[in-house]
Design a protein. Structure first.
Length: 274
């Protein structure tokens, strides 16, 4: 049967699928809209199943804050190739999903996947459908949300790395600099009190073993390991790191010099490569 442009456009509005995919779905379904929607779903699931064991290591990492700055959201949408990651349609899909997450204020990836994307698809189903359209495995590998008095989001050029920083005071410029620090220096925790005991125990054990290998007396190994642990805290915890724009100060000192009440309450970072 003949499929009209109006019918194709209506299906496209319902599903968000491409024009040619909608036309084919309607042709395969003899113009039945519900059957066409099922066709698009099945096509996406078929492609997704075939490519389920592929590595989706390319994609986009995007961070955004709410208009009032009280919450920040970070998401990574993955695909298989750089070619797809740089496509405007893929970028639009990633931004649309994250905007939906923000407007719905969801806290977890599972909640995000269940959100309604259109009249016909939830977000999870839309991702599966787009796997069929694009022909690559697509998935959300990371989703984070933080709240604070002020949340600053930072997207490194190229959208391969993004970060969020929660502040105790509304300080956009300073927050942006710290968010860039997070993106560049990849801290493992906010401060030493935020480092897990497993990590501390491992660093102490490695520090003692290195000291013994260097010929230091066993009774000194503990003291040497503690010194190395303090250096580890300074290098890997955000507030203790040297501030990248003035390495004579720690990040904490930089913030306190700006405003005694200003500090970081939380941060998130995601990178496609690190």
């Amino acid at each position: 049967m003949g499929i009209t442009a109006k019918e194709v456009n209506e299906l496209r509005k319902k599903t968000g699928a491409g024009m040619m995919d909608c036309k084919k779905a309607l042709q395969e379904s003899d113009g039945n809209v519900e059957s066409a929607i099922d066709f698009l779903r099945k096509k996406g699931q078929k492609i997704a199943a075939k490519r389920g064991d592929r590595d989706a290591t390319e994609g986009l990492v995007i961070a955004k804050s709410t208009e009032d700055g009280s919450a920040g959201f970070l998401m990574c949408l993955n695909c298989e190739t750089d070619f797809v990651a740089k496509n405007n349609d893929f970028s639009n899909l990633a931004n649309t999903i994250l905007d939906l997450a923000i407007s719905s204020n969801v806290s977890t990836k599972d909640e995000l996947l269940q959100l309604s994307f259109s009249d016909s698809f939830n977000v999870g189903e839309k991702i599966t459908e787009q796997s069929g359209v694009i022909g690559e495995k697509i998935e959300i590998s990371s989703y984070e949300k933080i709240t604070a008095v002020r949340v600053i989001s930072y997207n490194h050029p190229g959208n391969q790395i993004a970060s969020l920083v929660g502040l105790t005071v509304d300080a956009e410029d300073e927050g942006k600099q710290v968010a860039m620090q997070v993106a560049a220096m990849n801290p493992i925790a906010l401060d030493q009190s935020s480092v897990s005991q497993d990590v501390i125990d491992r660093e102490m054990e490695v520090g003692k073993e290195l000291a013994i290998q260097e010929g230091k007396p066993a009774e000194m190994a503990e003291k040497i390991a503690k010194g190395r642990l303090n250096k580890f805290f300074k290098e890997t915890t955000l507030l203790n790191q040297a501030f990248i724009r003035d390495n004579k100060k720690s990040v904490q000192q930089f913030l306190k010099d700006t405003n005694p009440d200003l500090t970081v309450t939380d941060f998130k970072r995601y990178s496609l490569s690190i």
